[in-house]
Design a protein around this ligand. Structure first.
Ligand SMILES: Nc1ncnc2c1ncn2[C@@H]1O[C@H](COP(=O)(O)OP(=O)(O)OP(=O)(O)O)[C@@H](O)[C@H]1O
Ligand SMILES: [Mg+2]
Length: 304
């Protein structure tokens, strides 16, 4: 008779709890070398979280900051592509996995760098009957490894690109009590904002971390030939910002942004003067101001 995990007395001799505790010690030591940690999130999928993360990373790298990026989207990783490092051979050093190095020295870790080919998804090799139970645990384990077992070195900022949905928020709270704030991305449709308002509440209540601000993406269309800006949603939304969260910027739709992502170049490196480029750079400035102001203030009491 095969044993089910609930038949095993204790932890079956694996000392799982001890291993996790050790990893948390490594994680804390690793994160001690990171000055600022910011997560980019949204309840909604496909609204531009990874694009915002990529361009925020480029903004900070342009300022001379040492930047690390964690692609926390384990099942739909896109940052290796957006940073042009797909297929990069990861190397293991004595102190951990060396992250991939992208443009401007941005360091990146992503599940994409561990996958053998383009089509294979991440499949959890756990008890089949309880796959739905294990998936969240395995994802948390992977994220913990990305934080603890990657040789990040000293960083000025670590950006975490979260997958859509709100269920990873509690994971982050457990793994990263040092998280300083979140950037929330939405598109200006009532449908998106309805969902995003919930993730803002969760981020505040569960993470006890300020929402640095909201980024409204795809607010207008910029004609690639004449440069005219056409609003995509027929109404202004500044006064409708969910829960009074500050607006970090409105980024128009620019087809060149998708092209830049596909080519693996952060958009702001090539189009800093365009309306979308300006909006992204101003968003970066505001995040920077937030972080530098927060650092000057006394530390928050730790999350209980
Ligand atoms: N302002 C924009 N103009 C043009 N294309 C954009 C813009 N913002 C994002 N895109 C494109 O839209 C697509 C989705 O963006 P992105 O992958 O950043 O969203 P996401 O929120 O991270 O998605 P997911 O929820 O799947 O993680 C990408 O191809 C990206 O290049
Ligand atoms: Mg994404």
């Amino acid at each position: 008779m095969p044993k089910r995990y609930r038949d095993i007395a204790g932890d079956g001799g694996s000392n799982v709890a001890g291993q996790v505790a050790e990893q948390m010690v490594r994680l804390r030591a690793r994160m001690a070398g990171v000055k600022h940690t910011v997560a980019v999130m949204s309840g909604k999928g496909g609204v531009g979280k990874s694009t915002v993360t990529t361009n925020l990373a480029a903004f900070f790298a342009l300022q001379g900051w040492r930047v690390g990026v964690v692609d926390a989207d384990i099942n739909g990783p896109s940052l290796a592509k957006m940073f042009g490092v797909r297929g990069h051979q990861l190397r293991l050093a004595a102190s951990g996995v060396l992250p991939a190095r992208a443009a401007l020295g941005v360091q990146l870790i992503s599940m994409d760098l561990f996958l053998a080919d383009d089509k294979t998804p991440v499949v959890w090799d756990g008890p089949k009957a309880e796959t739905f139970l294990w998936r969240g645990t395995m994802e948390m384990h992977t994220l913990r490894e990305f934080l603890s077992d990657v040789q990040w070195g000293e960083l000025d900022i670590l950006l975490i690109d979260l997958p859509p949905g709100t269920d990873r928020i509690s994971t982050l709270r457990d793994l990263l009590p040092t998280l300083q704030g979140t950037v929330v991305v939405t598109i200006p449709s009532a449908v998106s904002q309805l969902v995003v308002a919930k993730s803002i509440t969760m981020a505040r209540d569960l993470l006890h971390t300020p929402v640095i601000g909201l980024v409204e993406n795809m607010t207008a269309y910029v004609c690639p030939t004449c440069g005219d800006v056409h609003p995509l949603f027929g109404r202004p939304t500044a006064d409708e910002m969910p829960l009074g969260v500050p607006l970090l910027g409105r980024i128009p739709f620019d087809p060149r942004m998708a092209e830049a992502g596909d080519r693996g170049t952060p958009y702001v490196l090539e189009h800093s003067a365009s309306p979308a480029g300006q909006a992204l750079l101003q968003m970066g400035e505001q995040v920077r101001t937030f972080l530098e102001t927060a650092q000057a203030e006394p530390a928050r009491s730790p999350v209980s």
